[in-house]
Design a binder for this molecule. Structure first.
Ligand code: ADP
Ligand code: ADP
Ligand code: MG
Length: 677
């Protein structure tokens, strides 16, 4: 019982083993894939997870109704909740996870560090005790030496984490860490530790059974992160000697044994890139998002292992039976906008085309075309997992699979992942947690000039689809006198040239498509300082979105998807989105009112810090929004006077809604500020 892709993943193994599955779902997930996949499914309440997926009583009730003997908590939600595991034990339902006591010990980043020190597992130098006095913590920070990292003791998902570079900033960062920790974990206790400047995140998959066996299934490198969250993981970790690998594995097993661990767990280490020294960071007492890469290099099914262990059986393999084979990568496909600080995005999956699955390409997802990525849960759309015989081979497969992945309807990080997987430093295995920041200039290169052949393909696809639609209309009309029933040839003659217009940012793109008698096309593409004419182009449609074209002797297979006033071209060189200008009569009334601030995404208003009549200065905080479990501060773009505030605390607001209006707005200046905010 859990949600999304991981639920589908777990059910796949259960089905393989002949185990019946029961899913729970919130109102928002009524049509979700995991609900369809399950043998039985039960609604447990509204979209908000606090009222559904986190409701222990409702879940237990479903277990009773369905007669379920065991519950797999997936990850997130209740997976690391010791109280939940305890309740299940009382109800005589098996919790597929570690004993509650191990979860409690490891659930605290401070307690776990004391236990590790006792077990002789190295921990990051720092203070993780009970004294929470501001001045005391600041004195500890000084002892550790700046930069330091403040972490929420109960933290997870990068929340509550603050880097402090200078003593002057300590108090304000402490305050902000506590505030976020309180909100996310209902506990504002923090710890302070040394901030390693060029570290790597290396974690070890461990497994233990109830008979006293414990093993490690090698390591994963999860250094490539944004907002302290993983986006591209690999197994094994590049550049480690076999000795270091064994040492890491053995320390991880020692860590698991120190808390009498049972089941699947991950011991996270932070490794100093300068001297390859590693320190215990935390233990995640559940199956991890990136577990498939370990499965790929060890030929195991870790969900099956979990079920075996939960049934009281011995681990399927002991340490000497475990071998690593080849290399695996996992790319997390997120609904987010990398060029806008990786801000999560929401919206419908209007078009989804995934790479073909094979022995070396595996796709884990809980969404299909037509589904909606909502504000309620994690914005992860899918995980793309690949395996190759070595790192280079695996990386090649990853790049190819990413280039076959098409999503229309919201922003994704697919293009960003492609850039990442093609970066020379990444190819060389020079990973570190600051990788994205370090190579920012390469990662966010301005888009290359528009390729005219790509525009030609988009145009041909649109013209051909249009023609196909008219032909169908003719069939439907079935009326000999209707102008639609003229045969296609005559029609082609009539429309011997079609004009199309696009916009790319502010650039006008004009296209003329001329029909030749031999069935080929001449395509003229014009952008502000360049005109290209492609003669005798061959083109035909294939499938729902593909176009096959031969332009200047080169054959192209391109996906062209038109949705609303945008056309998305998935060309070999990358994705290009062109605007298709709408006729004026369709846009009337949609004009922006200058001088307003708009919501960047659907969200909840969590704080309003101004009211009509207030005089505000540029940069002043006006409103705090909450979306995708993150806070966004809307700042004033100008010095001015507020004339209107359209929403109040607690209200849910859709995307691109006006929040605030200013008196006597200064036109362009305001609009520009609103974009940035
Ligand atoms: P969470 O529970 O939120 O996942 P972690 O303690 O696992 O928090 O840390 C998450 C990430 O933050 C790590 O993968 C690493 O990139 C970074 N990080 C954590 N501790 C340190 C540290 N001491 N120095 C530098 N970076 C750190
Ligand atoms: P970590 O970053 O601590 O190593 P993972 O990378 O395994 O952990 O990611 C798990 C985290 O992702 C969870 O702590 C949770 O915050 C989030 N998460 C994953 N899936 C979901 C989901 N379906 N709903 C809500 N949160 C989720
Ligand atoms: Mg972590």
């Amino acid at each position: 019982m859990t949600s999304g892709e991981i639920a589908c993943r777990i059910m796949r193994t259960a089905k393989k083993l002949g185990i019946k599955t029961v899913a729970v779902f919130s109102d928002a997930d009524r049509n979700a894939l995991h609900v369809k996949m399950a043998d039985e499914a039960y609604n447990i309440g509204p979209a908000a997870s606090a009222e559904s997926y986190l409701k222990v009583d409702k879940i237990i009730e479903v277990a009773r109704l369905s007669g379920a003997q065991a519950i797999h908590p997936g990850y997130g939600f209740l997976s690391e909740n010791a109280g939940f595991a305890d309740r299940l034990a009382k109800e005589n339902i098996t919790f597929i996870g570690p004993p509650a006591s191990a979860m409690t010990s490891m659930g605290s980043k401070s307690e776990s560090k004391f236990i590790m020190q006792a077990a002789k597992v190295p921990v990051v130098p720092g203070y993780h005790g009970d004294n929470q006095d501001d001045a005391f913590l600041k004195a500890e920070a000084a002892k550790i030496g700046y930069p330091v990292l403040i972490k929420a003791v109960k933290g997870g998902g990068g929340k509550g984490m603050r880097i402090v570079d200078r003593p002057e900033d300590f108090e304000i960062m402490l305050e902000s860490s506590r505030r976020e920790a309180m909100k996310s974990f209902s506990d504002d206790k923090v710890l302070v530790e040394k901030y390693l400047v060029t570290p790597r995140h290396v974690e070890v998959q461990v497994f233990a059974d109830t008979l006293g066996n414990a093993v490690y299934l090698f390591e994963r490198d999860c250094s490539v992160q944004r907002r302290h969250q993983k986006i591209l993981e690999e197994a094994p970790a590049p550049g480690l000697s076999e000795e270091l690998r064994r040492e890491l594995g053995e320390k991880a097993v020692a860590a698991a044994k120190a808390v009498n661990y049972v089941g699947a767990g991950t011991v996270e280490f932070i490794m100093d890139n300068t001297d390859q020294k590693f320190y215990f960071m935390e233990m995640n007492t559940r199956l991890q998002v990136e577990h498939p890469i370990t499965e790929m290099i060890t030929n195991t099914d870790l969900v099956q292992w979990q079920l075996e262990v939960a049934a009281g059986n011995r681990l399927p393999k002991l340490q000497n039976e475990l071998k690593k084979d080849g290399w695996a990568f996992e790319a997390r496909i997120y609904a987010e906008n990398p060029s806008n600080n990786f801000l999560p995005d929401v919206g419908p999956l209007l078009h989804v085309q995934t790479p073909e699955a094979s022995d070396s390409v595996r796709l884990e997802t809980g969404f299909v075309q037509g589904d909606e990525i909502s504000v309620h849960y994690d914005p992860m759309i899918a995980k793309l997992v690949v395996h190759g015989e070595n790192r280079t081979a695996a990386l090649r497969i990853l790049r190819k699979a990413l280039s076959e992945y098409e999503v229309v309807g919201l922003n994704t990080n697919i293009e960003f992942l492609k850039t990442l997987a093609s970066h020379p430093a990444f190819i060389a295995g020079e990973v570190e947690t600051g990788f994205i920041k370090k190579y920012e200039d390469d990662m966010f290169k301005p888009a290359p000039p528009l390729d005219h052949a790509t525009v030609a393909q988009a145009s041909l696809s649109m013209v051909l689809r249009d023609l196909e639609a008219t032909k169908q209309a003719a069939v439907i009309a079935e009326d000999a006198s209707s102008p639609f029933t003229l045969d296609a040839g005559l029609r082609l003659n009539q429309l011997s040239e079609q004009q199309l217009a696009f916009k790319l940012e502010d650039q006008d793109v004009k296209v003329g498509v001329e029909f030749n008698r031999d069935g080929t096309f001449n395509v003229r593409v014009n952008t502000p300082n360049k005109t290209t004419v492609f003669s005798k182009v061959m083109a035909k449609l294939a499938g729902d979105s593909s176009l096959i074209a031969e332009i200047e002797n080169r054959r192209y297979k391109t996906s062209v998807v038109q949705k609303g006033d945008k056309v998305h071209v998935f060309a070999e060189e990358g994705k290009v989105t062109l605007d298709v200008p709408q006729p004026k009569y369709l846009t009337v009334g949609k004009e922006e009112k200058a001088g307003s601030l708009r919501t960047p995404m659907p969200c909840k208003i969590s704080q309003v810090m101004c009211k009509p009549g207030d005089k505000v200065v540029k940069g002043q905080n006006l409103i705090i929004l909450e979306a995708m479990k993150m806070e966004h501060v809307i700042k004033s773009p100008i010095d001015g006077v507020i004339s209107d505030v359209f929403f109040s605390i607690g209200e849910m607001v859709g995307e691109n809604k006006s929040l605030i209006a200013f008196e006597e707005a200064e036109g362009a200046k305001v609009a520009e500020g609103a974009k940035k905010a």
